[in-house]
Design a binder for this molecule. Structure first.
Ligand code: UD1
Ligand code: MG
Length: 456
């Protein structure tokens, strides 16, 4: 006989006010590693293999929905119109729960480090008999968390920080915010939660005691504290970021990437870097960056939504903005900014340059101080530079403009007309030299100065 596979619904609570963040942005949208906290939680639920996801939204409902749903296609969202507590929030997803799942896993949208394993550990605990499994963790800083009250090895209640006695506040075993409930008991337990507590809220955590009152067994599992950090303030947000970064840097190095000074490199949740690439100190990766193998990202570079080909060299002090696409073996040097532009293989843009809305052919060489003048105040225009072209220093390329293959641009040019393949374009005033004029000028200036100081 094949064993019955247990079905699960994850209910993710993301409606809260997040008052303690003191922010106009809903709390669960504050990012960790460039991704809103709630999206981290949704990804963990999906990775844990739940069958359906229900997200409870309230404050900033539309934005929260847009941030979360793409990570769990088919996820449903439910509106909690008033913020009356975590039990009340779960009931907003009443309809989904009533469809009938073996397990209901309640997750909080403010625990961005949550691991799929913690979710599955809580679910696994249910298979051993209990009606409710709570994920606990030990911490030296329990302030703000609900305390797990354990008596003779059994979980008897969860007491919220504000409702704890002085003795209970010394308990360091806390509620990590993952609760697995057998589906058949979920609605009746949660539906009976009252709000007689110091905050006047309907606490989900009360179902522990209620289940015991019905002689239903409850159990606490244990997770490591890094996986369950609940974010209520910006201080905790920074702690979560630091923990996330430390883990991601380690994984990056173990995959074959050299981070010379790991603690000064910031990665995003989706940063991808090929093996044998070296990242120097103080490099920031915004969202959506892919770097190929054997590349070098030199110090103080800032990259966002861009692609860097194998063996390319970036920086120091380079800025790659959205849709920069740097070909294999290309070089982008110091104080160079590149936006929405493709640099062909082996092309070089080495110093003090802005390239925007452009296509640069393979092995082209763009001299110091070149600017693509892509914006006229109303519209953006494209610059196309052919393979092997050479743009002399301090040139302004006024787009739309095309520079042909192997063409040459004289230094200091303002190029407004297209240049054909193999042609030379110069757009600047012609130089005039006057013999002896410098000498005569010096003599005159010296005489004038002497006259002014009274020496004849
Ligand atoms: C909660 C737990 C606490 C646990 C801690 C773990 C309760 C009563 N307390 O406390 O035991 O140690 O998390 O981080 O469950 N939310 C709603 N609607 C509401 C209220 C909250 O959707 O009406 C959402 C919030 O957006 C948040 C989550 O539920 O994502 C938890 O709410 P929060 O106010 O942060 O609870 P804590 O005080 O952290
Ligand atoms: Mg919280």
């Amino acid at each position: 006989m094949t064993e019955h596979r247990r079905t699960a619904l994850a209910v993710i609570l993301a409606a809260g006010e997040g008052t303690r963040m003191k922010s106009a942005l809903p709390k669960v949208l504050h990012p960790v590693a460039g991704l809103p906290m709630v999206a981290h939680v949704v990804r963990a639920a999906v990775a844990a293999g739940v069958d359906a996801v229900a997200i409870v939204v309230g404050r900033g409902a539309e934005e929260v929905r847009n941030a979360a749903v793409p990570f769990a296609p088919g996820a449903e969202t439910y509106l909690q119109t008033e913020r009356l507590g975590t039990a009340h929030a779960v009931l907003a997803a009443h309809e989904a729960i009533a469809r009938g799942y073996d397990d209901i896993v309640v997750l909080f949208g403010d625990t961005p480090l949550l691991s799929p394993k913690a979710i599955n550990d809580a679910r696994h605990a249910l298979t051993l008999g209990p009606a409710v499994a709570v994920m606990g963790f030990h911490t030296d800083h329990p302030d703000g968390y609900g305390r797990l009250i354990v008596d003779r090895g059994e979980l008897v209640a969860i007491r919220e920080h504000k409702d704890c006695s002085a003795d209970e506040r010394r308990i360091t075993f806390c509620n990590g915010g993952v609760m697995a409930i057998k589906g058949k008991h979920a609605l009746s337990l949660i539906g009976e939660v009252g709000n007689h507590n110091s905050k006047g809220e309907y606490y989900l955590t009360d179902i522990v005691q209620m289940a015991r009152d019905r002689y239903l067994p409850v159990v606490a599992t244990e997770a490591s504290s890094e996986n369950v950090l609940g974010i209520n303030t910006r201080v905790e947000l920074a702690e979560a970021e630091a923990l996330w970064q430390a883990k991601a840097r380690r994984e990056m190095m173990l995959s074959g990437v050299t981070l010379v000074d790991p603690s000064s490199v910031f990665l995003s949740w989706d940063t991808r870097i090929g093996a044998e690439t070296t990242i120097e100190p103080h490099v920031f990766f915004g969202r959506g960056v892919t770097v190929g193998e054997g590349a070098s990202i030199h110090a103080f570079s800032h990259l966002e939504k861009c692609t860097v080909g194998a063996g390319a060299e970036i920086g120091p002090y380079a800025r790659l903005r959205p849709d920069a696409d740097i070909g294999e073996g290309a070089k982008v040097g110091n104080f160079v900014e590149i936006k929405k532009a493709r640099l062909g293989p082996g092309a070089k843009v080495n110093h003090l340059t802005y390239i925007g809305d452009a296509e640069i052919g393979a092995k082209a060489n763009i001299g110091a101080g070149t600017i693509t003048c892509n914006y006229d105040g109303y519209n953006k225009h494209r610059t196309v530079i052919g393979e092997g072209a050479f743009v002399g220093s301090n040139s302004a390329l006024v787009a739309p403009v095309t520079i042909g293959k192997n063409a040459y641009v004289g230094s200091g040019s303002v190029i407004t007309d297209d240049i054909a393949d193999d042609a030379l374009g110069i757009g600047r005033a012609r130089q005039v030299n006057k013999e002896g004029l410098a000498k005569r000028l010096r003599a005159r200036l010296a005489a004038e100065k002497a006259a002014k100081s009274g020496i004849v």
